[in-house]
Design a protein around this ligand. Structure first.
Ligand code: ATP
Ligand code: ZN
Length: 287
């Protein structure tokens, strides 16, 4: 039997499209014609890509029409399909929040009692209200939720927020967060061995790309008498590489630093005598 492709569903257009295609590219997977297509294939990885509305992706993956998919956690939680989340992807970050008119006092969740709430996420809003013993009227609308209070369709809204500028422009303020979300990779529960192997191969690459993004390669020059101190300041993967410079009494030190240790570490390295510090992005990282 011919080995089959791994079939992935990604958003056809919208906020997750560019980052989903970029992630595959960073994983070394070239795609033909990604614009305005329903499906495409890769020439250098056994991958077939379906372009769909994000709302439909959990269903397609549950049904096995696609083996895996890239979609927001918000959609996974709302659709509640039988799919498994295999990896958080670090993009498409947002939160599902409740917002009320800015002019209105907000003493707490109980003040939502009896209110009309406009949202595209009725299930999640419902369970949030239930958990907080609040009964409200949920009005499901599919888009432009933020204008609902302004046109008298609802008293408050529950919608996705990232910077908060859309809420601000519509005279609303965020008062409760229901869920923090980012794009995730989901999979069908029953994949055959060949498909699982391909998924593992893709996951290995995704993890290498993610790790690389969180880390930087650092090169610096140091007088030999400061080397011990400088090496003790570098967390590194293992021990740093130390090479002699042409100028005697000096060495070049190479190591890897994570983004969160970065600024503090650079300050300390400088005070310990490091000079000519170079920081370089890493493309892939496999430990
Ligand atoms: P589709 O046509 O595929 O149904 P859509 O209009 O439902 O698209 P988009 O607005 O493109 O969806 O958002 C897709 C996903 O991007 C969201 O489900 C969410 O996970 C994520 N996202 C990140 N930031 C935001 C934001 N500020 N507002 C809305 N979604 C966001
Ligand atoms: Zn959608």
């Amino acid at each position: 039997m011919a080995e089959s492709n791994l079939r992935i569903a990604i958003q056809k257009s919208g906020r997750l499209f560019d980052d989903s295609v970029l992630l595959l590219k960073e994983c070394g997977i070239d795609l033909r014609n990604v614009k305005d297509r329903l499906r495409t294939e890769s020439d250098n990885f056994p991958l077939e890509v379906f372009f769909l509305r994000d709302d439909d992706i959990p269903q397609y993956v549950e049904d096995g029409v696609a083996d895996i998919g890239i979609v927001g956690e918000n959609v996974v939680a709302e659709k509640n399909k039988h799919v498994e989340v295999v990896e958080k992807l670090g993009f498409g970050k947002c939160r599902l929040s409740i917002a009320v008119p800015r002019s209105q006092d907000y003493p707490g969740i109980s003040s939502l009692q009896g209110k009309r709430i406009a949202t595209s996420y009725p299930h999640m809003v419902n369970s949030f209200l239930e958990k907080n013993n609040v009964t409200a009227e949920i009005h499901e609308i599919s888009g432009s939720v933020e204008i609902a209070p302004g046109i008298g369709l609802a008293d408050v809204i529950a919608d996705l927020v990232s910077s908060g500028s859309t809420l601000f422009m519509n005279g609303l303020k965020e008062v409760e967060t229901i869920l923090h979300s980012q794009a995730v990779l989901i999979r069908n529960h029953l994949l055959n061995d060949n498909t699982v192997q391909l998924l593992d191969k893709l996951l290995f690459r995704i993890q290498a790309v993610k790790k690389a993004k969180r880390n930087k390669y650092i090169l610096l020059n140091a007088p030999n008498e400061s080397l011990d101190k400088i090496i003790s300041l570098l967390p590194g993967m293992k021990s740093p590489t130390v090479l002699p410079l042409a100028q005697s009494g000096w060495s070049s030190v190479h190591s890897v630093l994570s983004e969160d240790q970065f600024w503090e570490c650079i300050e300390n390295l400088k005070s310990a005598g490091a000079q000519g510090i170079l920081v370089i992005p890493i493309e892939k990282m496999v430990i």
